[in-house]
Design a protein around this ligand. Structure first.
Ligand code: FAD
Length: 317
């Protein structure tokens, strides 16, 4: 069953979350532990993020630096397959333009097809850390919609060089990203919604939002996209607030406004343990309100927050 079917068949709000592949050399056990911790809440699917390679500079000690290309978190496809095999839970690897050529993407699609993994989240991906603006790979893509087009062609049995597959298999289905508070590069929300609509017309079956803390922003966004004729599920992406440092990090990294009420409560806290409790309470209230609004699914960003999500899920599911 595809993600969209799982969401549609679920009578209650579906539970899903995103995990990151382990840092190179740290092993997969932490991921299995996170899945064990959240298993009882019946996740309908688990997303696995993808991370492009970055340049790192090694000081050679003689006034020279050596530039190396490094992927800190490789292994998305393998982690997805390992989870699917071990837990029989649907997995949704992220597919990126960022850092990948068309041919590399094609090999990833072939690997996924052989593994029977046919749900994807299709994204442009973050820019490289050394870039001020996103730069596609030579023979890569600038926008998620171009990647969608490659997948659509692949689904029809056509490779990037125009040659045809001898055997076709289950087509890939996919969702895309959306931004209730506008993507950082969009000149305005209308423009962002215009491109979301193009992504839907190109085949996106649902969209997952960037994290947000103010439900009003989500509801206004959903109403706006509905007016534009976009009728796919808009799945709220939620991350429990956890540390005092999040006060500056979250708005800067994810372009989200923190509501004054949340900020005031966080500023009263003396320790991160207290902040975590405030974050849990905020998130429970936020999720309950979203459920009452009728969201089909809530997607949790779990990085460094599995313990909070467990507490939240115990209350809301
Ligand atoms: P796009 O859809 O390409 O949109 C990027 C910008 O360009 C937007 O401003 C849009 O309005 C505009 N635009 C879109 N199409 C066009 C077009 N054809 N012509 C002109 N303008 C256009 N990053 C990672 O590196 N790895 C991950 O695993 C990852 N997972 C994510 C999961 C979710 C749910 C979300 C919300 C984000 C995730 N990101 C991830 C971050 C994401 O890759 C970045 O936010 C990226 O900058 C934009 O990705 P996109 O797919 O929305 O891009």
């Amino acid at each position: 069953m595809k993600v969209i079917d799982l969401i549609n068949k679920n009578k209650k709000t579906a539970f899903s979350y995103e995990i990151l592949p382990p840092l190179k050399g740290t092993g997969i056990d932490k991921i299995y532990q996170a899945i064990e911790d959240l298993k009882e809440f019946d996740p309908q699917y688990i997303n696995i993020t993808t991370h492009r390679s970055e340049y790192v500079y090694k000081d050679l000690g003689n006034g020279l630096f050596q530039r190396d290309k490094l992927r800190r978190r490789p292994g998305t496809v393998a982690v997805a397959a390992a989870i699917q095999n071990k837990y029989n839970i649907k997995v949704v690897p992220h597919l990126l333009c960022s850092g990948f050529t068309r041919e590399e993407t094609e090999y990833v699609l072939l690997d996924l097809q052989f593994l029977g993994i046919t749900d994807l989240l299709v994204l442009r991906g973050d820019k490289a850390k050394h870039e001020s603006v996103f730069t596609p790979e030579e023979n890569g893509y600038r926008h998620a919609i171009e990647l969608q087009e490659q997948i659509n062609q692949f689904n029809k049995g056509i490779f990037v060089d125009g040659s045809e597959m001898k055997v076709t298999a289950t087509p890939f289905s996919y969702g895309v990203a959306c931004y209730p508070e506008r993507h950082e590069e969009a000149p305005n929300l209308d423009s962002d919604i215009y491109w979301l609509r193009q992504k839907v017309e190109a085949g996106a079956e649902y969209a997952v939002t960037q994290l947000f803390y103010d439900n009003k922003k989500y509801v206004e966004f959903v109403e706006k996209v509905r007016k534009e004729g976009i009728d796919i599920p808009i799945i709220p992406g939620i991350k429990p607030f956890k540390r005092l440092a999040h006060l500056s990090m979250l708005p800067k990294t994810f372009r989200t406004d923190l509501p004054e009420e949340l900020t005031k409560e966080v500023l009263k806290c003396k320790t991160d343990k207290e902040v975590q409790q405030v974050g849990i309470e905020w998130c429970v209230a936020q999720c309950k309100e979203l459920m009452a609004y009728g969201v089909p699914s809530i997607h949790f960003y779990s990085v460094a927050a599995v313990d909070s999500i467990r507490e939240i899920a115990k209350i809301i599911y």
